[in-house]
Design a binder for this molecule. Structure first.
Ligand code: ADP
Ligand code: MG
Length: 694
């Protein structure tokens, strides 16, 4: 049975070799980006359930969630809810309750007299009116095993996906943590752990998943946040001096930029002119530009990007522009071609859809320098693209574009460091940005182009959908163009696409003939995505049903209506981004947020905030307030900078502390390396050549 069982489990061990996983489940884990033991153990619980409170059996009421504790007094076959199964009856001093299993074999684990803790939702027998449990989580007191951990304790809850149930995830994490073969190298020196009241790494991982109380969970989390931030700072600051190559000097004034600016179809805003001046200044220095451009949706960041690219080209170098999604990369390519039509510049799009032969040709032209501007998704830096003389990279809509990726870019740039511009609509408080990027400069577009039409935002209940559709069809008849966004389904692209297709099919049936509908989601062939966007742009389609693939950056100026289904499921920032797809011309625009009946208070507040304001900075603050600082247990998987545990805002204090320690350590490197207690990981990192450890 035990094929290839490794004698040691390290954090690098593929998940497949973990007890209870195997090749098939490994596939499922891969879907949530868990490939190794490291990924698994750093999968932070979404929240914890406190099952330490024991309810008296006599006080159970239907539909509540409860934990009871009692002794087994009866075991036997039973028919309930129309199913033949078996029951175990447990009693405490106040009464008895039945635990029903639809699979009769499951009662075999119990014996009369066993003490049992059971946690779950309470059902009610339709005939007798009595409460009962059905397939609760339970533990038999005194019996070892994972069951012990799911009742009567603090229980971790993971993000549920289609096929990976939180119980399974919990069990597998438990197995790993209790496997005697597991090796977890320490990462933080002892003096640091003592100073900041942190656990050892192994203990932290244990307590993150199986804390005895919420304080332990917090301390575990603090430890891992500290670790994550600390290594981040070590990596970005270490060898920075050494590896800093000079950048190419790019003269801003020249024929190309002059022509470009002169032929723009609009006046630049004051903000845009200011930012262009800032960038021009940066580029004309041998010190590489490292600039973050923040500007709310629709503030006109693309023009700034194009200008920067052109400065590089004008000086005889290559420049690249990267976007987070394929449709956005595609759009940038189209926009560039429009703006640069008269300038005779060779712009190429490195997309996934092209044939291998075409791809080879493109790579060759990039290597030889024929390709002057290279557009693509972030995959550009992952692949074997070799530039002739890359002097500038622009990254759109991705403030998460981290140091690691930048490191990869540096590798591709030969003797010189490319100038670097990151653009984002997500406002990051300046102090935080500085904490994270140190020498990063920040430009802000705090003004939108004049003559923009108003966006009216309205929240509507889903019962009104029919009327909303009717209104939509009328508007389309008047010449409006619209998006409908399918509901987001957490961690399941396929369900999301299914929902999108359903809406699409339904609309094909109910919409009048003049409504020409297109569909857009991530799994369509690239060719088709391209065609659909072109048709929507040219109004061959006047309604586009889409998933969140169109969330960022898509710019179809004459689209004026966006309807978002199940708006309560989206985050505030995300809704604001989506809304930013309209209001891009002089016409009045509409954003209709369709909500379902029962939504949480937080969701309610989010929707209200959107109705009230169209200002990204205001909304970012509101978002922070709604989510509150106390919500530390609700860590999202995809945080800033690709961090697994730390949250940029919530963990501000720990981040600051770890930064201080990291810098202290770097400045005293020689002394530190002689200290015995320094962790093995840190030693390797400091002694090695690898600057950008992934
Ligand atoms: P974002 O900042 O969201 O990336 P874009 O760069 O896509 O915004 O710009 C939104 C729209 O505004 C585009 O259609 C762009 O051509 C247009 N635009 C940009 N700058 C100006 C300006 N100064 N005046 C008028 N329209 C502008
Ligand atoms: Mg944009």
């Amino acid at each position: 049975m035990d094929k290839q069982k490794p004698s040691e489990i390290t954090l690098d061990t593929p998940i497949q070799y973990v007890k209870g996983v195997g090749p098939q489940r490994a596939q499922l884990f891969r879907k949530i980006d868990v490939e190794t033991v490291y990924d698994l153990l750093y999968l932070a619980p979404r929240r914890y359930e406190d099952r330490t409170k024991i309810t008296k059996i006599s006080e159970l009421t239907p539909n509540i969630y409860a934990t009871v504790r009692g002794f087994v007094s009866l075991i036997g076959p039973r028919k309930l809810i129309g199913k033949n199964g078996a029951s175990v009856v447990i009693e405490d001093s106040s009464g008895w309750v039945e635990i029903f299993f639809t699979i009769p074999e499951m009662v075999k684990k119990f014996s009369i007299g066993d003490e049992v803790i059971a946690s779950g939702r309470i059902s009610q027998d339709r005939y007798s009116g009595r409460p009962f449990f059905i397939h609760p989580e339970y533990a038999i007191v005194g019996k070892k095993g994972v069951e012990e951990l799911v009742a009567g304790t603090i229980v971790p809850i993971y993000t549920q996906t289609e096929s990976l149930d939180t119980r399974l995830v919990r069990k597998i994490i438990y197995n790993v943590l209790n496997d005697s073969r597991l090796r977890v190298p320490e990462t933080l020196p002892e003096y640091m752990r003592e100073r900041y009241y942190l656990y050892s790494r192994r203990e932290a991982l244990k307590k993150l998943h199986f804390p005895e109380n919420l304080d332990e969970a917090q301390k575990a989390r603090n430890t891992l946040v500290f670790e994550e931030a600390f290594y981040f700072f070590i990596k970005i600051n270490w060898k920075k001096e050494q590896s800093l190559k000079e950048a190419h000097v790019l003269k801003p004034n020249g024929e190309i930029t002059r022509k470009f600016l002169q032929t723009l179809p609009f006046q630049l805003t004051k903000s845009q002119r200011k930012v262009i001046a800032e960038i021009s200044q940066d580029l004309s220095s041998t010190k590489a530009m490292h600039r973050l451009l923040q500007g709310d949706v629709g503030s006109g960041k693309t023009i700034i990007a194009i200008y920067s690219l052109l400065v590089a080209v004008q000086n005889g170098f290559q420049a690249c522009l990267m976007a987070p999604t394929e449709p956005l990369a595609e759009q940038h390519y189209i926009v560039l071609n429009e703006f640069l039509a008269h300038l005779n510049i060779n712009t190429v799009l490195l997309s996934r859809s092209i044939t291998r032969k075409k791809r080879e040709e493109l790579l060759e032209s990039i290597r030889k320098g024929d390709a002057q501007i290279i557009v693509g998704t972030h995959a550009i830096i992952q692949e074997n693209v070799i530039f002739k003389n890359l002097a500038l990279s622009v990254v759109d809509e991705q403030h998460r574009f981290g140091v690691v990726q930048r490191g990869k870019l540096l590798e591709k740039s030969g003797e010189h460091t490319p100038h670097f511009l990151v653009m984002t609509a997500t406002p990051i408080p300046r102090t935080l940005a500085l904490t994270f990027y140190g020498d990063l400069s920040i430009s802000i577009l705090d003004e939108k182009p004049a003559n923009r039409g108003k966006i009216v935002t309205a929240v509507r209940s889903e019962e009104k959908r029919k009327e909303i559709y009717k209104w939509l069809f009328d508007k389309i008849k008047e010449g409006h163009k619209a998006y409908i966004i399918a509901p987001m389904i957490e961690r399941s692209e396929s369900l999301e696409i299914k929902a999108c297709e359903e809406i699409y099919r339904n609309l094909l049936e109910v919409a009048p003939e003049y409504v020409k509908i297109g569909i857009m989601h991530g799994r369509l062939p690239t060719e088709q995505k391209k065609e659909t966007m072109v048709k929507f742009r040219t109004s061959e389609f006047n309604l586009l049903v889409a998933t969140t693939v169109i969330e960022v950056g898509i710019d179809v100026p004459d689209a004026t209506i966006i309807i978002i289904e199940h708006a309560e499921r989206f985050g505030l920032a995300q809704l604001h981004q989506l809304r930013g797809r309209v209001g891009r011309s002089e016409r009045k625009s509409y954003c209709i947020l369709i909500r379902s009946k029962n939504i949480s208070e937080d969701a309610q507040l989010r929707l209200e905030a959107l109705e009230k304001s169209n200002d990204g900075f205001y909304l970012a603050e509101a978002d922070l307030e709604i989510r509150g600082p106390g919500e530390f247990l609700g860590t999202k998987q995809h945080g800033f900078g690709g961090f697994r545990i730390l949250h940029l805002r919530k963990d501000k204090e720990i981040i600051e502390q770890s930064k201080i320690e990291a810098l202290k350590l770097i400045n005293n490197k020689d002394k530190i390396l002689n200290i015995k207690e320094i962790s093995e990981n840190l030693r390797t990192l400091l002694e090695g050549d690898e600057v950008y450890v992934a």
